[in-house]
Design a protein around this ligand. Structure first.
Ligand SMILES: *[C@@H]1O[C@H](CO)[C@@H](O)[C@H](O)[C@H]1NC(C)=O
Length: 507
């Protein structure tokens, strides 16, 4: 290589630097600074404070990515039915949120997609035969699989409209308010499926039109006077394409956004949780499809806690006070109430009678929690003994069948924050559509540079002789052909015009 070498390296460096800064700008998860003010929430120091009574408390269950399939995994639906008939009976949730991909809609070869009536029928039968709709509220939303090949909401292929619970009421984006002991809690459903719904594999990304955004904005306005707002939907916000100011802006008043879709990336990121800049949480739930996951989420004195469990993983233990330190949201919850509470509060769900609930704090035995009202177990404590920093609570539950389970989690009385793992932050806080644009730009720049270099500098290019000879030969053949291509005007100019059109002309 001759005199052009330093110049090429220089250009490459500049291109890399630009890409690097763009990526940083997109991810900017690096500088998540949220108000850590101890009394962030207006109600932090006002009652009711968590005590030993069963009040200001309720819980919901979330299940995601059920993928009812006529071809795969014959146990998927029977297990789902068992969840509805047995497990949900034990847990007795106020609401059940089913966050999309209710059916699989994949063809036998696993490549194409079609909406199958019998898959939808199985979903509907499971709900109806189990009787679950009689004693709890079932809130379902669509996922990308439920929207494959659905030209418009009114078309026959949209079986969410005929076979789901909310679809039959023509509800896609909607709000459900829960009233408990004089307080109101809002659950807002968001359908970000592209309309019309393309076939596989083209709807991995969610899309919100201006129309949907207006609708969601109106729903978000209706939650203004609620004690707490929780959003739920199928797609994580990082894979939703939406007009300015973006979907996260409309959720800024929410304590949490519950979603699915990514199936914990095949187990690579089992705890895909983060805190967005609004100070609210984004919590992706693993799938029912292969992992039989579900989530129990409780709101206790306006403090939110949750635990993700698998089917048959009894007993389910959920400490609601003091709540898990990683998930405290001082802007959205009256976290100061932890400091004023008189009792440790734990929800224990078990399919057999519970023998004991043992609590240790910072590794020291603290006592046995007693059931004040099933499934709530309480035990007095002195928060002032733990007034600063992060501490640990350990709970062991034994049932009469001999099952035993222990959980250990951090808590804090002064809002000491812990930080989320980098990987979930990258996945949930990035804007994947922009990342794709940057990648496209990068590939485009590389391609154009190669073509232009070959056209104008090809005489100066030499292949280093230190490379293995077969590689040198390959490169020679390859570069000679590319050189011919780049120097044939009849091909070069149409190609360039076509590429420029691809990049800028299609808007
Ligand atoms: C819910 O909000 C109302 C109004 O702000 C408040 O009076 C009430 O105490 C809240 N409920 C709880 C459990 O904090």
């Amino acid at each position: 290589m001759m005199a052009t070498r330093p110049r090429l390296i220089f250009i490459a460096l500049i291109v890399c630097a630009i890409l690097f800064w763009t990526l940083l700008g997109i991810f900017d998860f690096i500088k998540v600074e949220i108000d850590r003010n101890i009394d962030g929430h207006v109600r932090s120091n006002s009652p009711p404070f968590p005590d030993d009574r069963f009040h200001h408390l309720f819980w919901v269950v979330q299940i995601s990515d059920i993928h009812v399939s006529r071809f795969h995994d014959p146990k998927r639906v029977p297990d789902f039915t068992r969840l509805l008939e047995e497990d949900l009976k034990v847990i007795d949730p106020h609401l059940v949120l089913a966050t999309g991909d209710l059916t699989d809609a994949k063809s036998l070869d696993g490549i194409g997609s079609t909406q199958y009536k019998d898959e939808w029928q199985q979903y509907r039968d499971a709900l109806q035969k189990s009787g679950v709709l009689k004693w709890t509220k079932w809130l379902d939303v669509r996922g990308n699989h439920d929207a494959f090949n659905v030209a418009e909401l009114k078309s026959d292929s949209n079986m969410f409209r005929t076979h789901s619970v909310k679809g039959r009421e023509e509800q896609y984006n909607y709000i459900e308010n829960v009233h408990i002991d004089g307080s109101t809690y809002s659950f807002v459903a968001m359908d970000a499926c592209p309309k019309p719904g393309p076939k596989r594999p083209f709807n991995f990304f969610g899309v919100l039109s201006n129309e949907s955004l207006t609708e969601l904005e109106e729903l978000s306005r209706q939650t203004k006077n609620s004690n707490m707002t929780i959003w739920f939907g199928h797609y994580p916000t990082s894979v939703i394409v939406s007009p300015y100011p973006g979907v996260r802006h409309f959720m800024r008043g929410a304590t949490a956004y519950l979603c699915g879709h990514l199936h914990t990336l095949a187990g690579l990121v089992p705890n895909m949780y983060t805190m967005q800049k609004s100070g609210g949480l984004e919590l992706e739930l693993g799938d029912w499809k292969d992992n039989r996951k579900f989530r129990v989420l409780a709101i206790d004195h306006d403090l939110m806690s949750f635990t993700d469990v698998s089917l048959d993983d009894w007993p389910i233990i959920l400490v609601t006070n003091p709540k898990h330190a990683l998930f405290t949201t001082p802007l959205h919850e009256p976290t100061g109430r932890i400091r004023q509470s008189s009792h440790i509060r734990i929800l224990v769900f078990s399919n057999s009678d519970v023998e004991s609930v043992t609590v240790s704090l910072d590794g020291k035995y603290h006592g046995l929690a007693v059931s004040s009202w099933k499934p709530l177990y309480v035990l007095p404590w002195q928060p002032s003994d733990f007034s600063t920093g992060v501490h640990e609570i350990e709970v062991t539950v034994k049932d009469i069948l001999g099952n035993e389970k222990t959980i250990k989690q951090p808590f804090s009385v002064d809002n000491t924050k812990l930080s989320f793992d980098v990987l979930p932050r990258m996945i949930l806080m990035a804007n994947m559509a922009s990342v794709m644009q940057v990648l496209f730009g990068a590939v485009y720049i590389v391609y154009m540079s190669v073509m232009l270099t070959l056209r104008f500098y090809w005489r100066h290019i030499a292949i280093s002789a230190s490379l293995p000879s077969c590689l040198v030969n390959c490169l020679k053949v390859w570069s000679t052909r590319l050189c011919m291509l780049a120097n044939t005007d009849k091909i070069f100019y149409p190609l360039m015009i076509f590429n420029i059109y691809i990049a800028v002309g299609s808007n």
